[in-house]
Design a protein around this ligand. Sequence first.
Ligand code: FAD
Length: 397
Amino acid sequence: MSGTAVVIGAGPYGLSTAAHLRAHGLKVRIFGSPMASWRENMPAGMLLKSPPAASALSAPKDGFTLNDYRRRTGDTPSLGEDGQVPIELFIRYGLWFRDQLVPDVEDVRVSSVDRQAHGFRLKLSSGEELQAAAVVVASGLTGFAHLPAPLAAAVPDGPSVLSSISHSSQHAGLSHFTGRRIVVVGGGQSALESAVLLKEAGAHVQVLTRSAHARFGTAPTAGPHWQPDTPLGRSWPLHAVVNHAAAFRLLPSTTRLRLVKRVLGPCGAWWLKDRFEGVPVIAGRHITGAAAGQGGVTLITTATDGRSHSLEADHVLAATGYRVHLEALDFLSPELRAGLDRAGGYPRLGRDFGSTVPGLHFTGLPAAGTFGPVQRFVCGTSFASPRLAASAARRCG
Ligand SMILES: Cc1cc2nc3c(=O)[nH]c(=O)nc-3n(C[C@H](O)[C@H](O)[C@H](O)COP(=O)(O)OP(=O)(O)OC[C@H]3O[C@@H](n4cnc5c(N)ncnc54)[C@H](O)[C@@H]3O)c2cc1C
């Protein structure tokens, strides 16, 4: 069937997918706010956890990696002490990639996608309606922010920067917390880096984590030399998930879901450890209750020995991650969502990233349930985008 391919989302996965679709000569429309998650949902001053080599968007031709961008444009601010990429540089790179390869991104929201006899009917926030032969959902983290139940119960109107409980995705900067008592909940890179940025901004910050202590990873080249290097680190397990994403799909779904959770699980980057020095950590505690009011938040936490403690803060910043659940993709019609086979909240995908609704593809985080943890990272675009584009080209061409 010939027709338009639509990409929903203009982050690393959407931009890369659209570039590959274009290279197949397809008519493509791509909707979304370019690099929005990086501009609006992550704190200014953040350094990427992934090294430069693992922070490139896949393009259909050579010359469009982060390092190419730096070389070609002369945008060469110093990287972090250990070669880390500042978020501001990564955003400029993403916008340059857009300008070079997908200049006609339309900054509008897709408000609904419905199935019709031959393909899909979409409505946009601009009021326009259109038809598509194939749809690629590349909406990334949008809608998947997760808050532990006691925190969610304390803010019935939802977390927000203006209330006393927020999710880390609601902050594009943390400098306004100077002088305030902040509890950061979580033990991953987002929690530990937010705590460092808060400390450096003059906030009184504590980290509350379920783990026995704050954990930090090792340098990408730290493993034994007989282990293989990958863009995400040196080890056989990483080599397997980075280079064999196609085979990952063939594992039983319970194994896949366990690996997606565990491989590259919550821990801070090795280079963050020194800057984290001096941040108090309340470890081994679960939040079992929370009360939020004008004056701040009281958290009830329970330790592994069953004893409860209470903790006061002006603000609780929940860096508690993202959980894929398809009901959050409310722009997909209930009929479409009902037609999607799932495993643990993730859509079940074929080897071409197609879902059980013909013509509807998913890439990025929702594809991690099928192809593994590499889909949670920018470097996963090099596996996903060429495959997905080749399949959509067959459908639309
Ligand atoms: C704090 C933090 C730090 C991270 N650091 C790293 C790192 O160092 N390295 C790394 O590889 N990964 C990192 N990640 C993961 C990273 O977010 C993903 O790898 C990457 O952003 C995924 O890209 P994406 O295109 O799938 O989604 P996103 O970047 O989330 O982009 C989603 C896009 O979808 C659009 N959109 C959503 N809904 C609609 C709609 N209905 N209509 C139209 N458009 C829509 C948005 O406007 C946006 O353009 C980090 C994540 C977080 C939270």
